[in-house]
Design a protein around this ligand. Structure first.
Ligand code: SF4
Ligand code: SF4
Length: 236
């Protein structure tokens, strides 16, 4: 369990300050048709399982029946997942996207598909995304839709979390290292939505950044395929 410092914010406050939608349109309507269950990928535990900080989990249990702890289908899967959960967090599952309560979405729901990009030196400079979802998440193929309000609220929320849980900054610094390693091997630049509101490409081997338009990263997965279909010329 993680101890909160006296400066830690309450999750009621954090939730109230991180409520801006990721984009002006409902991105779930864009991705759900490509999930065989017709559910937005980030609301389907076959694709992603939310986590909650222990204090967050206590807040949720006290205020809503939306969530329960996630139970994997078999013990081997449970053990595999348990090994991946950061210390002081718990895997959770909601009642389903049709019963979503926006005000009680976890921080992981609100942040998806992004994580705070922390440089090797420990500076939180903006947002990058969990690239494992490039093939499914419509937002990742359309970074231009991310609103300034969402970006700002994401940054202030994670600043508050890093104050409350200093080890989280290090966890995301490690995630940045992992991303640079993977993207370096693939000879790809890392997309960054900088906290200054601009978009940049990061060169993995030296961390150099250069300004680009968000569309520069192109489409991925099914969205790239749909774009090429002869009948539908519109960008999906
Ligand atoms: S964040 Fe991505 S996966 Fe989640 S609903 Fe939006 S487009 Fe779908
Ligand atoms: S709480 Fe809402 S946003 Fe979060 S996983 Fe459930 S349906 Fe999706």
């Amino acid at each position: 369990m993680v101890c909160l410092t006296p400066m830690s914010p309450s999750f009621a406050d954090l939730y109230a300050r991180f409520e801006a939608p990721i984009s002006a349109l409902d991105c779930g309507e864009r991705c759900a048709p490509y999930n065989e269950r017709g559910v937005p990928f980030c609301c389907d535990t076959r694709h992603t399982i939310p986590t909650a900080y222990m204090a967050e989990w206590e807040y949720l249990q006290a205020n809503t029946d939306l969530w329960h702890t996630y139970q994997a289908p078999d013990p081997a899967e449970s053990a595999r997942l348990a090994a991946q959960v950061p210390e002081g967090q718990v895997l959770i599952e909601c009642l389903g996207h049709k019963l979503c309560q926006r005000g009680f979405r976890s921080i992981t729901c609100r942040a998806f598909p992004f994580f705070p990009y922390v440089t090797r030196e420990g500076e939180f400079i903006g947002l990058s995304y969990y690239w494992e979802y490039e093939d499914r998440c419509w937002v990742i193929s359309h970074l231009e839709v991310v609103t300034p309000a969402y970006l700002m609220q994401f940054v202030t929320t994670f600043e508050a979390l890093f104050t409350a849980y200093p080890q989280e900054r290090e966890g995301f610094r490690q995630e940045g290292i992992r991303m640079r390693r993977v993207f370096g091997r693939r000879k790809r630049a890392i997309p960054l939505l900088h906290r200054n509101g601009k978009c940049y490409k990061i060169t993995p081997h030296n961390g150099r950044v250069r300004r680009v338009e968000p569309q520069a990263f192109g489409l991925h997965g099914v969205y790239q395929v749909v774009e090429k279909l002869p009948i539908d010329g519109e960008r999906s």
